[in-house]
Design a binder for this molecule. Structure first.
Ligand code: NIG
Ligand code: FE
Length: 441
């Protein structure tokens, strides 16, 4: 890809008219993650100022220092660190009861995910545990997972319901999700995953379940202000194209955007369906045709790749990254944090896997958890890049260059996070570990 010159990166350098800042971070190398500029949209030795919860200014360190001194603006010296947008985990099933450790053991003995699901395990076993769990235990366990993600620079998390499959429990899951944003310094986007699996009480009447989900249940949850988007698991072991479409239509009539779990285990045309309905994202996509990829590109639907699930299920066919690239589909990367197929609370590990297992470049992977992830959540104008006017969500890293965020296995070089302009305490990182510059294991 032809890159624009250094001057173009300077288009980032804008000012809020009054230049009145609450705080300025000076000296970092900034990976703005804007498209088409330097690799990673980098500006070396730069400064970023915040006013309220917004980015007010990005520019040269010297100019920032002068202005801060003249106006008594508090300065945070961050020379030697890299700054990126706060990372965005755009696909999680963060809230659930119980665990699926026994299924992990079963799968290692050769039983497949589909066989476990058909025998009433899999999603159904998590549904049983979730229905039996209290609001407090769901909240507490989800908060632990959220904090793990946050410790790696995550400032926005998408959270799906889908382990209730009855109105009261789905509502509880979405309420817990909303509550996380009050409890923790993180932004939450909620997704009503109405069609995840058919609950046992509807086994004799699938059509009625789909109608309940698409009708009164969706209406109730949306009216309660709990739904930012909807999602459906479109798959042979889950819901058909027609069933998925019925749900997407209902969401459309309420003005709600959609995600679709598509092409995880087979190609049913879920990507084409997602594109036809202008879905924000089609997720998984190990199985997607050329037509599917072209349809996603034309609709601007983001392909959310989930290498944690691919890895955990030990799948053999990775998503066709070359095809997606060639078609011009925006590509995001997420953890898919869930107890069954991706017990993963590390966005950095997901980035590493996206590179190592799927062949993304580190820049594509990091874009996938910033700019493209924002797009997958309908947050294009709000988050995902460091630009004036966007929410002041960013992370500081003790790294030599951005690709290092995709390189490590188990390291956490995050040394600071700012969410909505406010600094967050980091308790879990390498911050206290003295680092020999240039040497990292
Ligand atoms: O994204 N594919 C469907 N949903 C989840 C798995 C849920 C589960 O197995 O509990 C996924 O992989
Ligand atoms: Fe998922």
């Amino acid at each position: 890809m032809q890159r624009q010159s250094r001057q173009s990166a300077g288009q980032q350098v804008q000012n809020f008219p009054d230049g009145d800042w609450d705080r300025v971070w000076i000296g970092a190398d900034i990976a703005t993650m804007t498209a088409g500029a330097e690799p990673y949209g980098s500006i070396k030795g730069a400064a970023l100022a915040v006013k309220g919860d917004r980015i007010a200014w990005i520019g040269e360190a010297g100019a920032a220092r002068d202005r801060a001194a003249a106006r008594g603006v508090p300065v945070q010296e961050v020379g030697g660190l890299w700054m990126t947008p706060g990372l965005i985990d755009c696909h999680t099933h963060l809230i659930f009861g119980g665990d699926r450790v026994a299924e992990f053991e079963q799968r290692l003995c050769g039983v497949s995910y589909e066989e476990i699901a058909r025998a009433g395990g899999g999603i159904q076993s998590t549904v049983r545990a979730t229905r039996g769990a209290t609001h407090e235990s769901l909240r507490a366990s989800a908060a632990v997972r959220a904090r793990r993600l946050m410790s790696e620079g995550v400032t926005t998390i998408e959270v799906k319901s889908g382990y209730g499959l009855e109105l009261a429990t789905e509502k509880r899951l979405l309420e817990v999700a909303r509550g996380l944003a009050d409890e923790l310094p993180v932004s939450i986007k909620t997704t009503y995953l109405g069609l995840h699996a058919l609950p046992p009480e509807f086994r004799a009447d699938r059509a009625r379940f789909v109608s309940e989900v698409s009708g009164p249940w969706l209406d109730t949850l949306a009216a309660a202000g709990l739904v930012d988007a909807v999602d459906a698991f479109c798959e042979t072991i889950a819901f058909s194209l027609a069933e998925t479409e019925q749900f997407l239509r209902a969401a459309e009539s309420l003005g709600l955007p959609a995600h679709v779990h598509a092409g995880q285990l087979s190609d049913m045309g879920g990507a084409e369906l997602a594109a036809r309905h202008g879905a924000l994202s089609a997720d998984h996509l190990e199985y997607v045709s050329r037509e599917g990829a072209l349809a996603l590109a034309a609709a601007g639907t983001v392909a959310v790749l989930l290498p944690g699930a691919y890895y955990t299920l030990r799948q053999k066919q990775p998503p066709p990254v070359a095809l997606l690239r060639e078609a011009g589909v925006p590509i995001a990367v997420a953890t898919d944090c869930n107890p069954g197929t991706s017990p993963c609370t590390s966005i950095l590990l997901a980035l590493n896997m996206a590179c190592t297992l799927f062949g993304l470049t580190p820049e594509e992977a990091l874009s996938g958890a910033t700019r493209q992830a924002a797009r997958a959540l309908g947050l294009r104008d709000e988050a995902g890049t460091l630009e004036v006017g966007k929410r002041a969500d960013f992370a500081l890293w003790q790294i030599e260059r951005p690709a290092e965020l995709c390189y490590g296995l188990g390291a956490n070089p995050c040394v600071g996070v700012v969410h909505g302009g406010k600094m967050r305490r980091q308790n879990f990182s390498d911050a206290e570990t003295p680092m020999v510059r240039g040497v990292r294991v």
